[in-house]
Write a protein that binds this ligand. Structure first.
Ligand SMILES: C[S@@+](CC[C@H](N)C(=O)[O-])C[C@H]1O[C@@H](n2cnc3c(N)ncnc32)[C@H](O)[C@@H]1O
Length: 357
């Protein structure tokens, strides 16, 4: 340990940090910049890059143990906190390897996930929403959530339980999706099939709906649910939304309820939507969008992606990307509270755009 009058910064070993953490005497703070969040970080560490680090952000009465890949910044951070009156600050020695050896749990950073890994992780997590909807998730699932975003309780009562117990949409686009009798409707990320079932009823026996999902468990559940609801005009696609196995110009309407923020390559999804739409066709969907960029700690772990915020775009950027990828007149039909995460910078929007006739 070092402690001098000029530089009151204390450095501690990873083993002492582990002890402090176990005794709940300390919080670990990662003071790296967002672009340094490659590879791994300490699970449960607060992320406060230097520019955002102030005494007010620190939990009262606990030691702040600062961590940074390159020691110099931790030292600057400690001095910064000391200068703002907080003396209960320490820097932990060593790097990730030392932390791991000392027994601190580490987590892979979101930035270290390749797009295919993100998709696999999403399929896995949402597969669990299908098979074990009563488990604990870091996003809302099920009946109460569906009602909170406006699905009518009496309507849900008339539907098989499997349709709503795994509901986990971004919101409720139903009132804005103008599916007409005889049309073909593609629902991207159909999940357990609640929206899909309601669109199938609207397009009727002369039309059809297509449910696409990355998770085979979700698709199995949706298939079972729609059969139980007596829906026959439905087809299934086990595929990612960025490679839709349908011919060009084959769909009247593409819908979704929370697919883009979970998709690593959003523009590829937009291009696919444009490709499969018939000329003059439209897309109407609910999505989580942002008022402005999120602070970095909200996008640090794969769990942040699952709860539909880690991968969300700022609204204007989202609309601009739709246009850039062939969808005209992108516009917000409705915007309201994001009931999924409740994060103050995020919103749920219902968005519409068209393919040129
Ligand atoms: C937020 S949930 C919404 C499910 C459903 N629409 C609902 O309202 O309950 C997103 C769904 O999209 C699927 N999904 C996520 N990313 C996907 C992707 N890139 N391609 C296809 N499906 C995806 C997930 O497996 C999950 O079932």
């Amino acid at each position: 340990m070092t402690d001098t009058q000029d530089n009151p910064t204390v450095s501690i070993t990873p083993e002492s940090a582990v002890t402090q953490m176990r005794q709940q005497n300390a919080v670990i703070i990662d003071v790296r910049e967002p672009h340094e969040y490659h590879r791994e970080h300490i699970a449960g560490a607060l992320s406060l890059p230097l520019a955002e680090l102030t005494s007010e952000q620190l939990p009262n009465g606990k030691m702040a143990i600062l961590y940074c890949g390159a020691g110099k910044r931790s030292c600057t951070a400690a001095l910064q906190l000391n200068a703002s009156g907080n003396r209960n600050v320490a820097i932990v020695e060593g790097g990730i390897a030392g932390w791991k050896a000392a027994g601190l749990p580490t987590t892979k950073s979101l930035q270290a996930f390749a797009p295919e890994e993100i998709k696999a992780a999403v399929a896995d997590r949402y597969g669990r929403v299908a098979t074990a909807p009563g488990d604990k998730f870091n996003f809302p699932v099920g009946r109460r959530f569906a009602e909170s975003v406006g699905y009518d309780a009496a309507l849900l009562d008339r539907l098989p339980q499997g349709l709503w117990e795994s509901f986990t949409g971004a919101g409720n686009p139903q009132a804005f999706v103008d599916a007409q009798p005889g049309e073909t409707v593609l629902d991207l990320g159909c999940g357990a099939g609640l929206d899909l079932c309601l669109y199938a009823q609207r397009v009727g026996p002369t039309g059809k709906v297509v449910g696409l999902d990355l998770s085979s468990a979700m698709l199995d559940k949706a298939r079972h649910n729609l059969a139980e609801a007596g829906i026959a005009n439905v087809e299934w696609l086990h595929a990612p939304a960025d490679a839709i196995p349908l011919p060009d110009g084959s769909v009247d309407l593409v819908t979704a309820n929370g697919i883009y923020n979970l998709s690593p390559d959003k523009e590829a999804v937009m291009r696919e939507v444009t490709r499969v739409l018939k000329p003059g066709g439209r897309t109407v969907f609910a999505e989580i969008v942002l008022k402005s960029e999120l602070p970095c700690e909200v996008r640090r772990e794969i769990d942040d992606w699952f709860r539909c915020i880690g991968g969300a775009l700022v609204q204007e950027d989202f609309l601009a990307r739709l246009e850039r990828n062939g969808l005209s007149r992108p516009r917000v039909l409705w915007v309201g509270r994001n009931a999924r995460t409740g994060h103050e910078l995020s919103l749920c929007a219902v968005i519409r755009a068209e393919k040129q006739p």
